[in-house]
Design a protein around this ligand. Structure first.
Ligand code: ZN
Length: 247
């Protein structure tokens, strides 16, 4: 969750300077209240680039549009603008495609201090065989964790679109050892942190259908062998197979 946005801190500081002049008091600079994860310090819009844009892209990665994925490249182009517009619409904000104080403030309220979205945690997606800290896979712990963070923000968008009813992750990242132990496919996307298995009250078909809008390249659910009791999503696959759901 979030504390005050830094821009508000700047505004308060400016007010203190003006008031200080009237009262002949010299205010000491005070740091803006920090979000436990990250606070954006400027409005982001088309043409901007940088690590702050990249962080924004991670958090709107669940809004690429039907059948699409948002590139996390640190460049605020038309696809990022469109994703911001969808995010704004989902949260009842003014839809202008510009990530200003309202939009960034909403994102800060949605993020936990470890940068995961409020409805999901690293621990849930590192479930595998009890959790390995994202180590033991083919791409290393740091890259796996980064991939998992994007997945969690996609899931937050999916959850929101389904009316914020609970979605439970029944599997996420698996180390090689874990994947072997559970009989996963040798090249399972579960090795990469970009996938999750889910159950939830909206129903499996509702999840499978809605997932098409939130950046998942692979979707497997009811009607696909072995997926009658959960929905699998990932970013590395290339097909949607949930025939019992019309997907
Ligand atoms: Zn799966």
């Amino acid at each position: 969750m979030t504390a005050r946005r830094s821009t508000r801190g700047v505004a308060l500081g400016l007010a203190a300077v003006l008031l200080g002049g009237l009262l002949a008091v010299v205010p000491s600079p005070r740091p803006a209240a920090a979000d436990g994860c990250y606070s954006w310090s400027r409005t982001l819009t088309t043409g901007r680039s940088g690590s702050d844009v990249r962080r924004l892209q991670v958090r709107v990665s669940g809004y690429p549009g039907y059948g699409r994925r948002l590139a996390i490249d640190g460049v605020y182009g038309p696809n990022t603008r469109a994703a911001v517009r969808r995010f704004q619409s989902a949260y009842g904000l003014a839809v202008d495609g510009i990530a200003g104080p309202q939009t960034l403030g909403m994102i800060e309220r949605l993020q936990d201090d470890d940068c995961t979205p409020i409805s999901f945690s690293y621990r849930e997606i590192d479930e595998g065989c009890g959790g390995s800290g994202f180590s033991g896979g083919p791409i290393g712990a740091a890259a796996t964790r980064s991939a998992a963070l994007i997945t969690l923000w996609q899931l937050q968008a999916l959850r929101r679109a389904l009316g914020s009813s609970p979605i439970v992750l029944s599997s996420g990242f698996r180390s090689h050892a874990c994947n072997r132990a559970v009989g996963g496919a040798p090249r399972s996307r579960h090795l990469y942190g970009d996938s999750a298995d889910m159950v939830g009250t909206p129903g499996l078909c509702a999840i499978a259908r809605q997932a098409r809008y939130h950046g998942f390249a692979g979707i497997y659910g009811p009607g696909y062998p072995g997926h009658g009791d959960h929905v699998h999503v990932d970013r590395g696959g290339a097909s949607w197979r949930a025939p019992s759901c019309g997907v």
